[in-house]
Design a protein around this ligand. Structure first.
Ligand code: ADP
Ligand code: MG
Length: 248
C-alpha cells in the first residue's frame, strides 16, 4: 500500500473513493493481449502516463471513474484499452450474434474527436487480428457525415465498440438501427465540452437506452461544478483520478 501511495505521489495523481485498485507501472501489469502490447511498443508507447497508471486498472476493475488530466496526457488509451478488453471478455463468454449492438460506447463532443478515437480503436483491433488468435472486435464510427450504408457492414455483423457523437447516436437509437441492450461500458470523453455544448439532455436520453447495469467513465481536462453534478447523478461509487501537472 505504501508503494501504491509512492507511485501516485511521484506521478502527481490524486485519488478519491472506496477500494481504489493499485496503480500499474507497466502495461504488462494488466492482462493485455500480447499483440496489443506489441502494437503499443511499435507506436512508441512504452510506459503508461499518469492518467493511464491509475485510470487503466480502475477501468479494468469495472469501477465508475472520473478521470481528470490535461490535454495530451493520454486519456484516449486510458478508456479505449479497457473498452476493447470488455469486448474481448464478452466474446469469450458469449460470442456475438449478427446485428447485436455495442458492448462499449464512447461518446465524444465533436466529429473530429470521434474520428480520432475511432481510429485509435481500429488500430488496437487490427493489432488483435494479426495472428488470428483473438476474436474479431468490430468498432463503428457513428456521427453526422457517416451514412447508414457506410456503417452497414458493421451494423449487420454486430458492433462491439461504438464511438459516437450524441446527436447521431440518438438518431440511430430512435430509428432502431442500433441498440444498447448489450452495452455495459459507457465513456464520456471531454465531458466538460459535451456539457458546455448542450448535449446533457441527449446524453440522458442515451443512458435511458441501456438495459444492463453499466460501468460509466467520464474524462475531462477540467472539473467544473457542472461535471461534478453530472457525475453525481450518473456515476455509482466512482473513483476520482485527478492528475496534476508536475510542479503545479
Ligand atoms: P488527451 O486525450 O489526454 O488529450 P491523447 O489520448 O489524445 O491525450 O494522447 C495524446 C498523444 O499521446 C497521442 O498521440 C497518443 O498516441 C500519445 N500517447 C498516449 N499514451 C502514451 C504513452 N503512454 N506514452 C507515449 N505516448 C502516449
Ligand atoms: Mg482527449
Amino acid at each position: 500500500e505504501a508503494e501504491n501511495v509512492a507511485i501516485r505521489e511521484q506521478n502527481h495523481i490524486l485519488v478519491e473513493g472506496d477500494a481504489i485498485p493499485p496503480p500499474i507501472t507497466h502495461f504488462a501489469d494488466m492482462k493485455i493481449p500480447a499483440p496489443i502490447l506489441k502494437y503499443l511498443k511499435i507506436k512508441g508507447i512504452n510506459d503508461p502516463t499518469p492518467i493511464q497508471i491509475q485510470g487503466i486498472p480502475t477501468a479494468f476493475a469495472g469501477r465508475d471513474m472520473i478521470g481528470i488530466a490535461f490535454t495530451g496526457s493520454g486519456k484516449t488509451l486510458a478508456f479505449t484499452l479497457p473498452a476493447v478488453m470488455a469486448a474481448l471478455e464478452m466474446e469469450a463468454r458469449l460470442p456475438f450474434q449478427k446485428g447485436e449492438g455495442p458492448v462499449a460506447l464512447m461518446l465524444c463532443p465533436s466529429r473530429e474527436l470521434a474520428r480520432q478515437t475511432y481510429e485509435g480503436c481500429v488500430a488496437i483491433c487490427d493489432a488483435l487480428k494479426e495472428k488470428g488468435e483473438y476474436p474479431e472486435i468490430r468498432p463503428m464510427l457513428c456521427m453526422g457525415g457517416v451514412s447508414l450504408s457506410e456503417m452497414g457492414d458493421v451494423l449487420n455483423k454486430g458492433v462491439h465498440l461504438a464511438i459516437a457523437t450524441p446527436g447521431r447516436l440518438m438518431d440511430l437509437l430512435e430509428k432502431r438501427k442500433l441498440n444498447l441492450e448489450n452495452c455495459k461500458y459507457l465513456c464520456f470523453d471531454e465531458a466538460d465540452r459535451m456539457i458546455d455544448m448542450g448535449f446533457e439532455e441527449d446524453v440522458r436520453t442515451i443512458m435511458s437506452f441501456f438495459k444492463h447495469q453499466r460501468q460509466t467513465l467520464l474524462f475531462s481536462a477540467t472539473m467544473p461544478r457542472k461535471i461534478q453534478d453530472f457525475a453525481q447523478s450518473s456515476l455509482i461509487d466512482p473513483i476520482l483520478v485527478n492528475v496534476g501537472r508536475a510542479g503545479a
